[in-house]
Design a protein around this ligand. Sequence first.
Ligand code: F0G
Length: 481
Amino acid sequence: MAEIRFYNGDDIPLELHKVRIVQKLDLVPVERRAEAINEAGFNTFLLKNKDIFLDMLTDSGVNAMSDRQLAAMMVADDSYAGSATFTRLTDKLKEIFDTDYFLPAHQGRAAENIIAMTFVKEGSIIPMNYHFTTTKAHITRLGGFVEELVIDEGIKLTSTHPFKGNFDLEKLETLFEKNGDKIPFVRIETGTNLIGGQPVSLENMEAVADIVHRHGKLVVMDASLLQDNLYFIKTREEQAKDLTLREITHRISKKMDIIYFSARKLGFARGGGIAIHDKSLYLKMRELVPMFEGFLTYGGMSVREMEAMAVGLDETMDMDVVSQGPLFIKYMTDELLMLGVPVVTPAGGLGCHLDASRFLSHVRQEEYPAGALAAAVYIAGGIRGMERGTISEQREADGSEHLASVELLRLALPRRVFTLSQVKYAVDRIKWLFDHRELIGGLRFVEEPSSLRFFFGRLEPVSDWPEKLVEAFRKDFKDSL
Ligand code: F0G
């Protein structure tokens, strides 16, 4: 990555791409925004795009695609079996991960389903640095348990630790000594989604793999967020500074038994799959693909998306492409930090994460501060974020609330989608909201699904706080949208 300095000393991320296709956006008035979030049951997943200005819900399937990806989509080879597109994709995966086998799946959670159905039984324990919502749901559905072994620093929201997603190696050893027979595999999430996109170091990944292999078990890597993690390894880890992203990826891959990913994230397309070194492991999982996904040469994906994914994976090895996300996230995080807004530090991947428990310290965790903040940020700016706190957890078997260890509002920055002025706008509205935070109150469920409740659950405010917020907005912003 070339370093480009500004004459005036500005330290801002400079886009190394140009925009050639655009999509018009509308910003609806604050009164409509309050109405829309009410219609959506105060759940940002249920908002309609026509009411959204900056969609920072996720980066999943919404990263900007490159001209090379779009061009590749035109030469896709559509056939049920034996498609040349599939061969191109498997060749690319072989080149990048040095794996011999690949099982396609329609997205990341479908890969999780296949892995869980193959290896998880009633009473299994799956250690991981941190859980992801769909991963945990697949494991618990089969009677397994998730054991989180992230270092203590991982859930400290304010920190300078460069790799907050690292495993606590001692805890991993102890768990193997106590319960090794119940562990079919250890899952490494690179980087961690729910605790702020925090990365795992190359050193830690290798050490984890050594421990797991010493105990004769498998290492499964969730590489959905590997792109940002590669950037952090290259820029924060001394031993990797002179390695190319391809070399780092090979080093990681060599230690993994199974690598699965959501290509809605890794590879800037829509799809997913499982890359495997060993033939017997491949054969163990293979039969589930035609049953749940599709034939082995497409696995539920469109061939056009597979072509885009092959090119996207190739572009993921280019530091100019990979750096855009983390640099924009760092810019947004640093600006908010300077304004005194509580954010997760250091800036990670995926998005900028607001610390809802400090932002709304007056809202009890049982009244979902991260969910309330998501609704308030939408009302204040037409910005859609994602609650990553207690609403994203599942209740305990006895029906009691499982309070999340962190209450975050994630403002994802899909790669190459937003401009710096849009990020500045988001910072401005969030600062306004922070100055009026006392107005914001909590939420309570009115409709609560038993599994993955954050997707469809409907809530209501515990008071008339949304109206108060709209009044304050009008007073300060006059006739502005
Ligand atoms: N693993 C991780 C680390 C993820 O972030 C995701 C998706 C998945 C697995 C599942 O992949 O969506 O293709 O089925 N994360 C999205 C997000 C949904 O918004 O963070 P999927």
